[in-house]
Design a protein around this ligand. Structure first.
Ligand code: UDP
Ligand code: MG
Length: 326
């Protein structure tokens, strides 16, 4: 007799880790969809009945936490933890992953605004049963983005690759991870978090699943250009020290040009000519000062990161939890 899916394999317990920051507008819209998705996957025998949706309130100043507690009262499959203050998306996801790893077999981190297509979860879980420990959700296209967003995102991936950092093209933080990956990841203690760049370093079999990125279902983005740039800088400095080497190369290049210039001036003077032109001297001085300041800035970025890392401050602090499970 043929075995049903449940008999053929242990059904995994799935936790969805959903970071939320000031999301009172979108949570009431997306929460029921998350629950339906969990129920649907449980119905298909993909995940067990212990599966949960874990909201991580990242220190919201609006009514997000009251909504999370109300959801928990409504259905025990909604769970929540609350950060003592806002610490940013990456830290919120980390808090959720670390909280979920003791209870779940697999965790999917997913934004709470409905932009990550829920239907990709089935394929992600299927890949887990195929033997993959990490399944990266990758955007199938960037057609819905503005030209500027597409250009900056693509340039960023190119720069990272040129710097030798392994990154998954078009992957944000929509990702499935298995318990053993999360247990290994718990030994990564860095404060300068760039999760999408760290998971490839953990290792274990990994694959990708394509999905459509939708419009936000309500509310507005918390990632203005300045925050995006800061995340991009974090990504580069967390994954590569090549920029410092590039500075050495740049220094060598500028020194070589100066050396050739000096030889040229000596030859001119020796042949009885005078070298005129204060404007060109001023330009060269400005150029060299610019290069030096830029180089100092890059080195300073790394020194600042070392300073922050050396403090070993906690990366998240949980102030509240929903109770009412089981
Ligand atoms: N988020 C968070 N802490 C923050 C900023 C954002 O937990 O400080 C959450 C936010 O609620 C959302 C996810 O991170 O679930 C992605 O943020 P958002 O949708 O604003 O970014 P975008 O999709 O526009 O890049
Ligand atoms: Mg979003």
């Amino acid at each position: 007799m043929e075995k049903t899916i449940d008999e053929a394999r242990d059904v995994a317990c799935l936790y969805l880790v959903v970071p939320c920051y000031n999301e009172e507008q979108v949570l009431p819209v997306t929460a029921p969809r998350f629950l339906n998705k969990i129920k649907e996957m449980e119905g298909k025998g993909l995940i067990s009945g212990e599966s949960r949706i874990l909201f991580v309130d990242d220190g919201s100043s609006d009514s997000t936490w009251s909504i999370v507690t109300a959801l928990n009262n409504q259905d025990h499959r909604f769970q929540g933890i609350r950060q003592s203050r806002n610490r940013g998306h990456q830290n919120a996801v980390l808090a959720g992953l670390m909280e979920a790893r003791s209870k779940a077999d697999i965790v999917i981190s997913v934004d709470c605004d409905g932009q990550d297509d829920f239907d990709a979860m089935d394929a992600m879980v299927d890949k887990y049963y195929d033997g993959y420990d990490v399944v990266y959700g990758v955007r199938s296209s960037r057609e819905s983005d503005t030209f500027f967003k597409r250009f900056t995102a693509e340039s960023f991936y190119r720069i990272l690759n040129a710097l030798g950092a392994e990154t998954i093209y078009n992957h944000a933080d929509y990702r499935l991870t298995s318990k053993r990956v999360l247990n290994a990841f718990a030994d990564f203690h860095e404060v300068n978090l760039y999760l999408r760049g760290l998971f490839p370093l953990v290792g274990f079999p990994s694959t990708t699943v394509e999905y459509e990125r939708h419009e936000r279902m309500a509310g507005s983005s918390h990632y203005p250009l300045a925050k995006m740039l800061s995340l991009a800088f974090n990504g580069i400095t967390s994954l590569s020290i090549k920029p410092i080497r590039l500075i050495t190369g740049l220094g060598a290049f500028v020194s070589l040009i100066s050396f050739i210039g000096v030889i040229w001036v000596i030859c001119k003077v020796a042949s009885g000519d005078t070298v005129s032109g204060w404007a060109s001297t001023a330009c060269i001085l400005c150029f060299v000062s610019g290069v030096q300041l830029l180089s100092l800035g890059v080195i300073g970025e790394y020194v600042g990161k070392i300073y922050m890392e050396s403090k070993h401050r906690p990366r998240y602090i949980i102030s509240d939890r929903t109770f009412g499970d089981e």
